[in-house]
Design a protein. Structure first.
Length: 310
């Protein structure tokens, strides 16, 4: 088992984001600004995310707190540590606030054929859960699939200094915390260490967010972080629900958020990326914000990107 550089009983990494780069404010779309201002007061903050009547209960994810039933067929509900498919695990972390909006967080762990672990978008975890992860194998690759998740690699580099760090192409929306040695920039060609198990695709056409999608061949699972989101509607919050619907990310169908759609200036490049994504033989989907899809995921993805064909 790998040695952990953290004290038992403490959480690893704070659930807050680093400051935005100064140029980000200039380039942020009007839609993102509006949504940030209004939604931040209508989504639960981490201190609110406890069981009703039990203020001392453990921190829960937003979906666990509001207990909204999933209506998409094949849903795998959020949980602390879940085996999603063979050699694939999803682990939920604490909520974080990004651009004024509170999001749930999720990381994905894949055990490669050589026995090592590939980790996408690592989150803050307690010591006992970190021990469970290292019990699966040696953490060898730490991945930030989207510019918004690069900051998460800093603490995990401290914890696993021997792991390789891979990030997407830098953009004005990149959030980075601290200084750490980047092994390589993610693109359309998978790293040699995981190419036998995982294929990948850079979803191009957006100058602000170029996210990398991954395909785990063995389990027929696509892994993505931010481009597709599914947010629950909350009883008693009509204004918040209206904003979620306006963004096009309300459950059960969800979709690509409106502000992200509007920032795709090269639709032809995006369509080529979508073509590669849909060429993969997948039926499962892991997303960072919302419930994951356990079957028939390709149809779900096609619908989420229908706007590209307009």
């Amino acid at each position: 088992m790998q040695e952990l550089r953290v004290c038992p009983g403490e959480h690893f990494g704070p659930p807050q984001l680093p400051g935005l780069h100064a140029s980000t404010g200039i380039l942020r779309t009007v839609v993102r600004e509006l949504l940030s201002v209004f939604i931040q007061d209508f989504i639960f903050s981490p201190t609110d995310a406890v069981l009703p009547g039990n203020e001392k209960s453990p921190l829960l994810t937003l979906n666990e707190y509001i207990k909204v039933p999933a209506t998409v067929r094949g849903i795998a509900k959020m949980s602390g540590f879940e085996s999603f498919a063979e050699d694939v695990w999803i682990i939920d972390g604490p909520p974080v606030r990004d651009s004024g909006v509170t999001f749930t967080t999720r990381m994905t762990v894949v055990k490669l054929s050589d026995g090592s672990l590939w980790v996408d978008s690592p989150v803050s975890l307690p010591f006992d859960m970190l021990e469970r992860i290292t019990g699966l194998g040696a953490v060898r690759y730490l991945i930030a699939a989207t510019p918004r998740h690069v900051w998460r690699l800093d603490e995990w580099h401290t914890l696993f200094p021997g792991a390789e760090l891979w990030v997407p192409r830098p953009t004005p929306f990149t959030l980075k915390k601290g200084s750490f040695p980047v092994t390589g920039i993610l693109g359309d060609i998978p790293g040699s260490g995981w190419s036998d198990d995982i294929d990948q695709c850079a979803f191009r056409g957006n100058p602000l967010i170029e996210e990398i999608f991954f395909f785990h061949k063995k389990s027929h699972t696509v892994i993505l972080d931010d481009l597709i989101q599914v947010h629950p509607l909350v009883k008693g919050s009509p204004f918040r629900n209206a904003l979620i619907r306006m963004a096009g990310v309300a459950e059960p169908h969800g979709g690509v958020p409106l502000d992200i759609r509007l920032s795709f200036i090269n639709r032809n490049a995006a369509r080529k990326s979508l073509e590669k994504l849909l060429s993969w033989d997948f039926d499962r989907l892991i997303i960072a914000h919302g419930d994951c899809i356990g079957q028939d995921a390709k149809q779900f993805v096609e619908k989420a990107f229908h706007w590209l064909n307009r």
